[in-house]
Design a protein around this ligand. Structure first.
Ligand SMILES: Cc1ncc(COP(=O)(O)O)c(C=O)c1O
Length: 367
C-alpha cells in the first residue's frame, strides 16, 4: 500500500471545477490585485479566527515580518521564540535586523516551555512569539501572563494552527496579532503561497494594511516605506472556496490522529506527544519519536509509507544562525527531539486502512 505524507490531489479533486470557474471569472474581469475576492476572504477568515481584522499577505513568513514590525520590533531588538520551529519564525525577526532569542521546548508537547520564557526577557525584548506547533496551541495562559508582567506584546505564529483553540479562544485571537500561512500543505492552503495577519487591534490592522502595499494609504500616497506583500486576488478566491470545508477537514485530521493514538498506545518503542487540557488540536502534523530514526524511516519508505522530519536541526544549530553564538547542548530537549522525530502521514483524506497500515509497518520497523 502507498500512503502519501499529504494528499493535495485528493483535496483538489472535489474542488477542481470551482477553481476553474473562479479563474475564468477573475481573468474575465482582470481582477488580479486587491479585488473584491480578497476583501471577502479577509472578512471570512477574520470571522473564522474570532478576530476583527485579517489582512491577506504573500506568505506566512511575510505575515510574521509585518506583525513583528507592527508590534514595534526594530533593528537591534530581541524577539523570544521557540528553538523547535520552522526557520520562518526566526527568519522574519532577522529580516528586520532584530535578534532571535531561542527558548527550549517541552518534551511532552514539543511546544515552547513557558517556564523558560521569563528568564529570556531583557530590556531589549520587543515581542514573545509562541508557535502553535503541529496544530496544538502553546500554553497561552502562562505566556500571556509573562508578557503582561513585562509589557511585551505577544505575536502568535499560527501558521500550523488554522482552527485550533485554547480554552475556547481561537488560535490567532489571543495575542496582539497572529500570522497564518496558506502554503499549499497547510490545514488551509492556497494553490501557491499566501498568508494573513489577523488582529483585534485597529491600529495594528491599519499598519499592516499600509506596510503590505508599499506604505500606500491612497494610490501614490506613501505614508511609510512598505513592501509588496499582497495576497493575490485569485488565491483569496480559492481560499474562500476552501474555507467552508476547513472544520470538516480538521475533524478528519483529529479522527486520523485518534486512530494513531489508540493503535500506537500498544507499540513499545514509539513515543507520542500529549495534548494539553482544554485545547482543540488541529493536527497539522502527527509526530512520534523513535530510536534509530533514519533506519525506521527507510523501512517505512520501503513499505510505501512517506514520512517527514519536523525538524531535523533545531534553529540554534542551523548554519544560518551560527553567528548567534549558540552551541550544542544549549537546548537539550529540542536537540533530543530533533534526533528521534518522525512525522507520520497526516491529511484529511487518510483512511482507517491507511492509518492501520502505517502503524503495522511502524511497529514492525521498531521491533
Ligand atoms: C511554524 C511556521 N511558521 C511560519 C511558516 C512560514 O509560512 P510560509 O511558508 O507561508 O512563509 C511556516 C510554514 O511552513 C511554519 O510552519
Amino acid at each position: 500500500m502507498r500512503v502519501p505524507f499529504v494528499d493535495l490531489k485528493a483535496q483538489a479533486g472535489s474542488l477542481g471545477a470551482t477553481y476553474g470557474s473562479l479563474l475564468e471569472s477573475i481573468v474575465g474581469r482582470a481582477a488580479y490585485t486587491l479585488g473584491p475576492e480578497l476583501s471577502q476572504f479577509e472578512g471570512e477568515f477574520a470571522a473564522f479566527c474570532g478576530c476583527n481584522h485579517a489582512v491577506g499577505v504573500s506568505s506566512g513568513t511575510d505575515a510574521l515580518k509585518l506583525a513583528y514590525l507592527a508590534a514595534g520590533v526594530s533593528p537591534g531588538d530581541e524577539v523570544i521564540l521557540p528553538v523547535n520551529t520552522f526557520i520562518a519564525t526566526s527568519e522574519a525577526v532577522s529580516h528586520i535586523g532584530a535578534r532571535p532569542v531561542f527558548v527550549d521546548c517541552l518534551a511532552d508537547t514539543a511546544n515552547i516551555d513557558p517556564t523558560l520564557v521569563e528568564a529570556a526577557v531583557t530590556d531589549r525584548t520587543r515581542a514573545i512569539v509562541p508557535v502553535h506547533l503541529y496544530g496544538q496551541p502553546a500554553d497561552m495562559d502562562a505566556i500571556l501572563a509573562i508578557a503582561e508582567r513585562h509589557r511585551v506584546p505577544v505575536i502568535e505564529d499560527a501558521c500550523q494552527a488554522h482552527g485550533a483553540e485554547h480554552k475556547g479562544r481561537h488560535a490567532g485571537s489571543m495575542g496582539l496579532a497572529a500570522a497564518f500561512s496558506f502554503y499549499p500543505g497547510k490545514n488551509l492552503g492556497a494553490l501557491g503561497d499566501g498568508g494573513a495577519v489577523v488582529t483585534n487591534d485597529e491600529d495594528v490592522a491599519r499598519q499592516i494594511q499600509l506596510l503590505h502595499n508599499h506604505g500606500q494609504e491612497d494610490k501614490y500616497t506613501h505614508r511609510v516605506i512598505g513592501y509588496c506583500d499582497r495576497l493575490h486576488n485569485l488565491q483569496a478566491a480559492f481560499l474562500s472556496a476552501k474555507l467552508p470545508h476547513l472544520d470538516e477537514w480538521n475533524d478528519s485530521r483529529r479522527l486520523a490522529a485518534s486512530r494513531y493514538d489508540v493503535m500506537l498506545a500498544d507499540v513499545a518503542g514509539v513515543r507520542r506527544l500529549s495534548t494539553i487540557d482544554n485545547v482543540v488540536h488541529v493536527h497539522h502534523l502527527y509526530v512520534v519519536y523513535v530510536d534509530d530514526r533514519d533506519r525506521v524511516r527507510e523501512a517505512l519508505a520501503d513499505a510505501g509509507v512517506e514520512t517527514g522530519i519536523h525538524y531535523p536541526v533545531p534553529l540554534h544549530l542551523t548554519p544560518a544562525y551560527r553567528s548567534l553564538g549558540y552551541a550544542v547542548g544549549d537546548f537539550p530537549v529540542a536537540e533530543a527531539l530533533a534526533k528521534r522525530a518522525v512525522s507520520l502521514p497526516m491529511h484529511p483524506h487518510l483512511s482507517s486502512a491507511q492509518t492501520e497500515y502505517v502503524v503495522e509497518q511502524l511497529a514492525r520497523a521498531v521491533s
